[in-house]
Design a protein around this ligand. Sequence first.
Ligand code: NAP
Length: 512
Amino acid sequence: MPEHIESICAESAPPPCSIVIFGASGDLASRKLFPALFRLFERDLLPEKFLFIGFARTEMTAEAFRDRIMAALKLAGINAPRKFMDFFLSSVEYVNGAYDSPESYKKIEVLLAKFEEGVNSAGRLFYFSTPPNLFSQILKLLESENLVREDYDGIPWRRVVVEKPFGRDLESANELERELGITLKERQIYRIDHYLGKETIQNILMLRFANSVFEPIWNNRFIESVQITAAETVGIEHRAGYFEKTGLLRDMFQNHMLQLLSLVAMEPPSSFDADRIRDEKAKLLNSLRPFPTNPSSLSNLIVRAQYGKGMLEGRKTPAYAEENGVAENSMTETYVAAKFHVDNWRWNGTHFYVRSGKRLAKRISEVAIKFRRIPHSIFGNLNSYNISQNELVLTIQPDEGFSMKINAKKPGSKFCMGGVEMDFKYSDLGGPGADAYERLLIDCMLGDGTLFIRKDSIELSWALLDPVLKIWENPENLKSNPIFLYEAGSEGPVESSIVFGTNSDSWRKLKV
Ligand SMILES: NC(=O)c1ccc[n+]([C@@H]2O[C@H](COP(=O)([O-])OP(=O)(O)OC[C@H]3O[C@@H](n4cnc5c(N)ncnc54)[C@H](OP(=O)(O)O)[C@@H]3O)[C@@H](O)[C@H]2O)c1
């Protein structure tokens, strides 16, 4: 590989900085953030000097917090030598207190100031890993206690990582943005959607814009349809409280699915700069045709459903309504399938189908691009309708990679045609690569916002989905927009094919 390309690929540790995690006693911190930080440390990708402070109401000593981190690392399958773990833990502190008490923030400031005294610290990262209703409280005190204020040139930097959900509709998202905007400049806000940190999502950009073969055919002339799927076999696990109030449309579509759609369909950005990419994503979201506000027209374009009882991996699984913490007559959807229209020159006439659901037959996330039929067949009795359409499938998880389905001559004396798949597994390149949280945490420390969501994208996604939520949440519309039932472990509700209308499309099989 040429030297200048290798230098782009070289991973480097950020300069000294501190990280404060609010809600450090919680699920996300234990399952994702501690392991990600430790793995970065293992790979020499944490700053040479860093301070990591956990903050929460739970009373415990710094020592007990370090033990908690050790336990979380073990659970994540990390078994590093004790001496090495101790080295990592020597940079860890814990502060307990109330989120609304200035005293708590004074304690944090003392630790930060002590660390910064001895090193040339580049900045402070505040990670909001609490329920969203605490964000504005934490922000107010960070501001009043002067922990987060940045000079006009942003040196040293002060950054805030905000976890999804980014509001629950357009109004609450705007309110959250207003609160963030009072204290912070846009460059200080890192809205995280861990999905975007996955290597294969980033590979969509490489595939599209580092190869000359795809871009000329990446349009309505050559592509008949795009199917985006994010299917899970798990149900709601222990998150009934959260999911009951959220539902799948908010949980998956507002962020992951629309972000994925915009990466697949956006125009080429002028550079790999964070804002140039985010400009194009926002332009694409702006080109999505609004859903109809008339309930009966809406029901042809978007379908909701809930899982019933079923069998998964040889085990009986309960219906959603029987899960702990779920109301018996819950109207929360666990599956959504929708058709989107991209109203621009590139895509007019190409169908975009998007679906996501829980407790389905297989865990898989993929983007399947189906090319148009050949215009004319020269193969005797085979007319173009008998010849399979080419398909490019980008698999995001598991088995990350992509495959291209093409037609070829079967070996033998006869002139027979067969489908072959050219398969590329990301792991062949030496994968699996960094976990999404590792990648995103290091990007925050380095100030690279490419994989984070900008304010305009959040607004545009909610503006698109708000009318759907309004119709769905009105019980009077249950007749025109029912919640269908599907068996756990199945391909999803049969009614999901409503979105194809009169087209001869069908959903790709999850389990082949
Ligand atoms: N867990 C995930 O997989 C996941 C995935 C994507 C996004 N997120 C988002 O990440 C954030 C953190 O998620 P999480 O699952 O870690 O949340 P969590 O476990 O419910 O909460 C994190 C911590 O916040 C504090 N807390 C919880 N409820 C509180 C309340 N009502 N008042 C004051 N403090 C409270 C608790 O610590 P103390 O009581 O000790 O202060 C708790 O340990 C949330 O915004 C969530 O939506 C989570």
